[in-house]
Design a protein around this ligand. Structure first.
Ligand code: COA
Ligand code: NAD
Length: 701
């Protein structure tokens, strides 16, 4: 293995290369190497300047996230950056690929920065519950001003090389064809000019104090509104304020303290769990065991909400897409639907008109299944009805070529039974997209009993191509996500009947960090959809299960939510935000009386505790039954499909953070109200007995 940091003198330039695959993260060995390289540059009288570069696809993608939460190892990155900045000879960083987090902080500590066109410069620490802790909060505002610095650190989105150049973060844009030669030429040019070290700590970006103060105040107000439950955004603003108000070294010391505070917070642990978990979900046995089939031409059956969104996702990934509807009018509607989504993307600046046209040139819409003859993979998104789905699959079996993958987007139905409608069940799989399918990241890959390994591997390869986050799920009613949702809703409904107002429940859940509460979600999705499902399930419902009828009373009145102007909330025509409705509260009261419930008070804390305990318990069942491979798969499904607050890491990670014994004690106490629902999962019982957490199950054997 090569050294993580190596250096070689080329003429008067000491070229330092960071080579620590896969992304040159700043592990302890890299930090030591960088420090040693600067020592070498100062020791060697023949060295006039230093050039720092990264080997492979990236400059440096950041601190080594795997080290976070462990005992700190010297040298700290902050010390390394101070060392680089203090170097008596000019230090130049040449950036390509990712220059993120600590990687950008190294570049900020250097005296000059050059970048290839593919470079991405960002400080995404906020996404991990942290702040730049190696001088970034002090150097960046001095370089580019408080407003741009805050935007970069609070948004977490990287800048392109050209944007960074415009912001004066990069001194020279290089063509990037031969980055090393171009960067060496830039260094020589600096030496020829007699350029001296130019330290970011001395830069004048905060000279306009009034502008900086205004930017800091505005950012503080915006974060109080947007992220009241998060820690690190507020600490970032504090750190930038210190950059304005205090001398550099004092600011650096404060940054360190704030960084350690963030590092110690459970939010940091939750966000980093989310980061790794969403990469782990793609690691499934079938993907390791089999090569995916080639997928280029995609068929979509059904051009409604989901079919159109799926078609757009596939078109944007460069696939050919053929859509099939029931009749010519349906085919025209499906096409119009796809065009409308693409037009929306163009209007929003997320797609160029030329890209839209190119996508449409790869799109066909018909009412004849023959157009699916050459498809490599077909995704069915017709009505949620077993007879309809089986008829579609029988037809696909007839027309599709051997080896084509046949997928269903069903939300709840048994994919084994759908596969049984074909003569080739090994080629059938569930691809459960979420609405809107061209936006939502989650893709549940539902694996029926007879699916071939290479079909599963192909589904994971497709997810990657579409930019989706795949989660493998087994077959049960609702798979992972909707089954968790059902438990969550049940807990919320029973609490409502027992005395909590739906508005108090929504507010408590939003305060936790969900974008919406359960009753707001009913109104958004349309109460009729869930009503139809409840009616379907009525025959098979356990008679001992508590069934709260309030939602049925609303639906009987035609109050389906936003689309009807009334649901749990009242909506002004075209309005999105609802207002509380006293008539709904009266219906809730009447239902409580009918059910013989004596209402009691629920505080916000109890509301969220019950909801989180319900999810942890259902998640444990889902893992125990093998529906999810690991607890982290449940976490990722909830984070990316249901708006579960990312800083909690997901329901399973959060349960571990609270402690499973405490969750179990809660469940036992809640059982008094609803014994059937609050039966502890056998897995939860076992783990508590063994003193273990869910995290221990996240590694596949
Ligand atoms: N520290 C440790 N490991 C890291 C890492 C980091 N900063 N960044 C990425 N990795 C690991 C990933 O976990 C993955 O490991 P795996 O192969 O064992 O699953 C591997 O590097 C490749 O990462 P991946 O994200 O799959 O590659 P990519 O090419 O799609 O994306 C990046 C590359 C750099 C854009 C992306 O990994 C990223 O955003 N990393 C985090 C950057 C960051 O937040 N830095 C600031 C830290 S303070
Ligand atoms: P939709 O009613 O908007 O669209 C269904 C379309 O399928 C209609 O345009 C209909 O004409 C067409 N269709 C029906 N039978 C057909 C057939 N035999 N051949 C060709 N086309 C046919 O429904 P939707 O919301 O897009 O849902 C589609 C599927 O996706 C359902 O299984 C649903 O459970 C699932 N799903 C929906 C959502 C969601 O939020 N809407 C989310 C995930 C999964």
């Amino acid at each position: 293995m090569s050294e993580p940091v190596s250096w070689r003198r080329i003429g008067a330039v000491l070229r330092v290369v960071v080579d620590h695959p896969p992304v040159n993260a700043l592990a302890a060995a890299v930090r030591q190497g960088l420090e040693a390289a600067i020592d070498e540059a100062e020791r060697d009288a023949q060295v006039a300047a230093v050039l720092i570069m990264g080997a492979g696809r990236h400059f440096i993608a950041g601190a080594d996230i795997r080290e976070f939460g462990q005992a700190p190892r010297e040298p700290s990155l902050s010390r390394v950056c101070t060392r680089i900045e203090a170097c008596g000879k000019p230090v130049v960083a040449a950036l390509h690929g990712s220059a993120l987090g600590g990687g950008l902080e190294v570049a900020l500590a250097a005296h000059y920065r050059a970048a290839a066109p593919d470079a991405k410069l960002g400080l995404p620490e906020v996404r991990l519950g942290l702040l730049p802790g190696a001088g970034g909060t002090q150097r960046l505002p001095r370089l580019v001003g408080a407003r741009d610095a805050l935007e970069l650190m609070l948004g977490g989105q990287p800048l392109t090389a050209a944007q960074a150049h415009a912001a004066k973060l990069v001194d020279r844009l290089l063509p990037g064809a031969d980055l090393e030669a171009e960067a060496l030429a830039f260094v020589r040019e600096l030496l020829d000019r007699g350029a001296a070290p130019r330290r970011s700590r001395d830069a004048a970006g905060l000279e306009d104090r009034a502008a900086a103060r205004a930017a800091i105040d505005a950012a503080r107000a915006a974060q109080a509104r947007k992220a009241p439950h998060l820690l690190s955004p507020h600490r970032i603003v504090d750190a930038v304020e210190a950059a304005l108000e205090r001398p550099f070294d004092e600011g650096l010391a404060l940054e360190r303290r704030l960084f350690l505070e963030c590092m110690a917070s459970p939010q940091r642990a939750g966000l980093i769990h989310a980061f790794f978990a969403e990469r782990e979900t793609a690691k499934v046995p079938e993907a390791a065991a089999a090569a995916p089939r080639a997928v280029q031409a995609i068929g979509v059956v059904g051009g409604g909400t989901m079919g159109a969104g799926i078609a757009v996702a596939a078109l944007r990934a460069g696939c050919r897409v053929d859509m099939v509807e029931r009749d010519a009018a349906g085919a025209a509607r499906g096409r119009a639907h796809v065009e409308a989504i693409l037009d929306g993307l163009v209007a929003g600046g997320r797609l160029t008109a030329a890209e839209r046209d190119a996508a449409l040139a790869r799109f066909g819409s018909a009412h004849d299944y023959a157009s699916l003859r050459d498809a490599d993979l077909v995704i069915e998104a017709a009505f949620e009805d077993m007879a309809v789905k089986q008829a579609v699959f029988a037809e696909l079996d007839r027309v599709c070529r051997p080896g084509a993958i046949l997928a269903t987007n069903t939300s709840y139905l048994d994919v084994d039974l759908i596969a049984a409608a074909t003569s080739r069940p090994a080629d059938v799989i569930g691809l459960h997209f979420f609405s809107p399918a061209h936006v939502m990241k989650l893709l549940e890959i539902v694996v029926p009993a007879k699916a071939a390994a290479d079909v599963v591997a192909s589904a994971f390869a497709l997810a990657k191509r579409l930019g989706k986050i795949p989660v493998r799920a087994g077959i049960c009613d609702g798979f992972i996500g909707n089954r968790m949702l059902a438990a969550y809703r049940h807990a919320a409904n029973v609490m409502m009947e027992d005395g909590a107002s739906p508005y108090a429940i929504d507010a408590a859940v939003c305060d936790l960090g969900f974008p919406m509460g359960p009753f707001q979600v009913y109104d958004l999705a349309g109460g009729d959809i869930n009503w139809a499902m409840r009616k379907r399930q009525a025959a098979t419902r356990d008679p001992r299960a508590r069934y709260v009828q309030v939602a049925d009373r609303l639906c009987e009145r035609g109050w389906f939510g936003r689309k009807t102007g009334r649901g749990w909330y009242r909506y002004a025509p075209g309005g999105r935000a609802g207002t509380e409705d006293p008539e709904v509260l009266a219906i809730v009261e009447a239902e409580r009386a009918r059910a013989g419930v004596v209402p009691r008070a629920f505080g916000a804390q109890e509301i969220v505790r019950r909801i989180l305990a319900a999810m942890a318990n259902e998640g444990a069942r889902i893992v125990d039954e093998g529906i999810a491979l690991r607890p982290l798969d449940v976490d990722v499904a909830l984070l990316h499909g249901y708006g579960f607050p990312r800083h909690l890491g997901g329901p399973m990670h959060h349960a571990d953070a609270v402690g499973l014994a405490a969750i179990l004690a809660d469940i036992r106490a809640y059982a008094a109200d609803d014994p059937l629902f609050w039966r502890p999962s056998p897995l939860l019982l076992r783990l508590v007995e063994q003193g273990r957490g869910f995290a221990g199950l996240n590694r596949l054997e």
